[in-house]
Design a binder for this molecule. Structure first.
Ligand code: EPZ
Length: 438
């Protein structure tokens, strides 16, 4: 398994181009199952989860062309299989996003229960209960969800009230409702920008979705959906990660191809913590540490537009370098502090009390051999390595390859001393030449 070797202490200076959002590309790729015509997606990030989603669509029978690395032309004209198998879903729970589209277009779907992951149990009960409200018959068989549309083959529009805000739950129901008979209203829907981006694609395909990005989404069902072309929004979590990278190394970065308005709360909290951020224009941010230095500031993770859980680990790293005591409360996932124990091994002063981590800073971190446990924890360990004294080796970087496009190249491009120690046997990303850019 690949590792990263980082020598800390370099201030990052220069320009980084932000990639497309993994968490928008994944539902948008699933949405292509809703039509037999071609759907072309641009600005798709070259990350491991996208390769996994592409393989799943091809296993179902879709045809995927990649005319250039970040453009996918997907045609689901001849779908012969309606099943997302366990060995694939267990590696990427976002595979459950094929459930809604398969059910809506073909009236049937068999998707492995995703099982838990490092950050929590990750149930999909809200997805299933809501699909039942659209008339689906849902049963659990040997670890699989088996779903069928009601007799007559078409889901029926209705009002769905989500007990909890669920991003992929909202996305599954949004996709399923586009081909249902009648109108569906989703209440307490997720408001993440990725949900609005999916709705934008669906409407280009001929759907009638209104209110995406607000807590109430209305979908008027149509008979069929058609061809479309769509550019995926920039990744707001990658943007936030690089904002922290500039601040924590006392450097100065310009982030291009980003969408500042999707990162409003993160920008506001970082400014409170002593980070100087200028919104140069609608796609560019300029960031550096303020003259007064970094200072402790509390956060609580909540659904968008509040502070995103996917930025919690990266923010914790920043707080190890900030003056004072900060309280970080994680309300979304039950086990999302695993990065804390690795940072403690680097010298960080962090005390975990249930859902809250208390960080005392600043502390000089010392390089160490550490292990990545999940995607965002990995990113926080890279940030720690950038500021630690000496050498840090991060193991299991396949976690970070799931959601960050060539992060070591981007960081090295602005002065970081970071290299990938490739394990040729199990390397997590095939060299680009092998990706099959046709
Ligand atoms: C999405 O996961 C993201 N993944 C996650 O990003 C992100 O952390 C999460 O939303 C929260 O923002 C994708 O978009 C592919 P949820 P999702 O359903 O949809 C509970 C990353 O790092 N819940 O919004 O799986 C759940 O346990 C990943 O890129 C139920 O109880 O998250 C959690 O406590 C990690 N029942 C809360 O709701 C359900 O049926 C929010 O989960 C569904 C969810």
């Amino acid at each position: 398994m690949d590792k990263f070797r980082i020598t800390g202490g370099r201030a990052l200076r220069g320009r980084i181009n932000v990639s497309g959002a993994k968490n928008s590309a994944l539902p948008c790729m699933a949405a292509t199952l809703l039509t037999g015509e071609s759907v072309t997606l641009h600005n798709v990030p070259y990350v491991r989860d996208i390769i996994t989603q592409r393989r799943l669509l091809e296993d179902l029978g879709a045809h995927v062309l990649t005319p250039e690395l970040r453009t996918h032309k997907i045609t689901a004209a001849h779908i012969e299989l309606f099943e997302a198998p366990y060995d694939l879903v267990k590696t990427m729970r976002a595979s459950v996003l094929v459930l809604g589209p398969l059910l809506a277009r073909f009236g049937k779907a068999k998707v492995s229960l995703p099982g838990g992951c490092a950050i929590g149990s990750r149930p999909i009960d809200l997805h299933l209960e809501s699909l039942k409200q659209l008339g689906a018959e849902v049963s659990l068989e040997a670890g699989y969800v088996v779903a069928r549309a009601p007799r007559g083959g078409r889901l029926r529009g209705t009002t769905v009230n989500f007990d909890k805000v669920t991003v992929t739950g909202t996305e599954n129901l949004l996709m399923a409702a586009t081909l249902a008979s009648g109108t569906t209203t989703l209440n307490n829907a997720a408001r993440e920008p990725e949900v609005a981006d999916l709705a934008e694609l669906l409407n280009r395909m001929g759907a009638r979705v209104r209110g995406a990005g607000t807590p109430t989404i209305t979908i008027e069902g149509v008979e069929t959906l058609g061809a479309a072309e769509h550019t995926i929004i920039p990744d707001r979590i990658e943007t936030g990660t690089f904002l922290v990278a500039a601040a924590i190394t006392d450097g100065e970065l310009e982030l291009k191809d980003c969408t500042p308005e999707h990162s409003s709360i993160v920008i506001a909290k970082l400014r409170e913590a002593g980070v100087e951020i200028e919104e140069v224009n609608q796609s560019t941010l300029h960031v550096r540490r303020s003259a007064g230095g970094l200072r402790a500031s509390d956060i609580t993770t909540e659904p968008h537009p509040r502070f995103p859980t996917d930025m919690q680990a990266q923010y914790m790293t920043l707080m190890t370098q900030s003056e004072g005591r900060s309280r970080i409360t994680e309300t979304i996932f039950e086990n999302r502090f695993m990065h804390a124990s690795e940072m403690q091994r680097m010298g960080a002063h962090i005390a975990i009390d249930g859902r809250t981590a208390v960080v005392e800073g600043p502390t000089q971190l010392a390089g160490a051999r550490v292990q990545a446990s999940d995607l965002r924890a990995s990113a926080s360990l890279v940030l720690a390595g950038l500021v630690a004294e000496g050498e840090t080796i991060i193991e299991r970087v396949y976690h970070i390859d799931r959601g960050y496009e060539k992060i070591e190249d981007k960081l090295r491009g602005v002065g970081a001393q970071i290299e990938r120690l490739r394990d040729s046997v199990t390397s997590s990303l095939p060299p680009i030449a092998e990706v099959g850019v046709l």
